[in-house]
Design a protein around this ligand. Structure first.
Ligand SMILES: Nc1ncnc2c1ncn2[C@@H]1O[C@H](COP(=O)(O)OP(=O)(O)O)[C@@H](O)[C@H]1O
Ligand SMILES: [Mg+2]
Length: 221
C-alpha cells in the first residue's frame, strides 16, 4: 500500500493555507485517510525550529544562509521520519503546506548553491518526491498586500513575519525560482494562477487532484 503525496507551494500570500484548508475539508468530507501538515513545523520539535527560523530574535541576530538551510532540513528530516513516511506507508493522503520546492526557491534566492540543495536532498529525502505539487503563482507585489491584510486580522502564530519584511525584489526572485522548478518538473508540478477568486482556484486545484486520487484507487466521485 502506498499513499498519495501532495504539496502546495508558492510565494507568501498566494493562498497556500487557504487552499490547503479547502482541499483538506473536501478530502475529509469524502472520507479519505488524510494527514495535513506544513513545513517548517510539522512535528513537536519542528515547531521549536519553526519558531527559531521565523521569529525575530530579541538580540537582532539572524541566521547565516547555511545555518538556516540546515535548520530547514533538520525540520524536514524529522517530519519525514515521524509523519510523512509513516502516513504514506499506511496508504494515506499526505497534504503539505510547503516542502522542498520552498527551500529551493527561498534558500536558492538567498544564495545557496543548487548543488548543496541536491546533496541535502539525497541525504534527507532519499528519492521521495511528491506525486503532485500545486504551485500557486502570482506577482508578489499583489500577494504581499494580501499578507499585510491577513496579518492585521490574524494572530502572530500565522504570520511568517521574517519573510514578510524582506524586499519585494527578493520575493520576485523566489517567484522566478518557483517558475523555473515548474518548468523543469512539468509532470510533478501543476502551475496554477493564484490571483483568481478563492473558489475558482479551488476548482482548478481539484481538477488536478481528483484524477491523481482516482488513479491511486481512491473513490472521489
Ligand atoms: N484567491 C484569493 N483571492 C483573494 N484573497 C485570497 C485568495 N486566497 C487567499 N486569500 C487571502 O489572502 C491572504 C493570504 O492567504 P494565505 O492562504 O494565508 O496565503 P499563504 O498561506 O500562501 O501565505 C489571506 O488573508 C487569505 O484570506
Ligand atoms: Mg500560509
Amino acid at each position: 500500500m502506498q499513499g498519495v503525496f501532495i504539496t502546495i507551494e508558492g510565494v507568501e500570500g498566494s493562498g497556500k493555507s487557504t487552499q490547503v484548508l479547502r482541499l483538506s475539508e473536501r478530502l475529509r468530507h469524502l472520507g479519505l485517510p488524510l494527514v495535513v501538515s506544513k513545513e517548517p513545523g510539522g512535528t513537536a520539535l519542528g515547531r521549536e525550529l519553526r519558531r527559531l527560523l521565523l521569529e525575530r530574535h530579541p538580540s537582532g541576530e539572524t541566521w547565516c544562509a547555511e545555518a538556516e538551510l540546515l535548520l530547514f532540513y533538520a525540520d524536514r528530516a524529522q517530519h519525514l521520519e515521524l509523519v510523512i513516511r509513516p502516513a504514506l506507508a499506511e496508504g494515506k493522503v499526505v497534504l503539505l503546506d510547503r516542502f522542498e520546492d520552498s527551500t529551493r526557491a527561498y534558500q536558492g534566492a538567498s544564495g545557496v548553491a543548487e548543488a548543496s540543495l541536491d546533496r541535502l536532498n539525497d541525504l534527507v529525502l532519499r528519492g521521495l518526491k511528491p506525486n503532485l505539487t500545486v504551485m500557486l503563482d502570482m506577482d508578489p507585489e499583489v500577494s504581499l498586500q494580501r499578507v499585510e491584510v491577513r496579518n492585521l486580522s490574524m494572530g502572530a502564530e500565522f504570520a511568517e513575519t521574517r519573510f514578510d519584511e524582506a524586499e519585494l525584489e527578493f520575493h520576485r526572485r523566489v517567484r522566478n525560482r518557483f517558475l523555473a522548478i515548474a518548468q523543469n518538473h512539468p509532470n510533478r508540478v501543476a502551475l496554477i494562477p493564484a490571483r483568481d477568486p478563492v473558489d475558482q482556484v479551488e476548482a482548478v486545484i481539484w481538477g488536478r487532484v481528483a484524477p491523481l486520487l482516482r488513479s491511486a484507487g481512491f473513490g472521489v466521485d
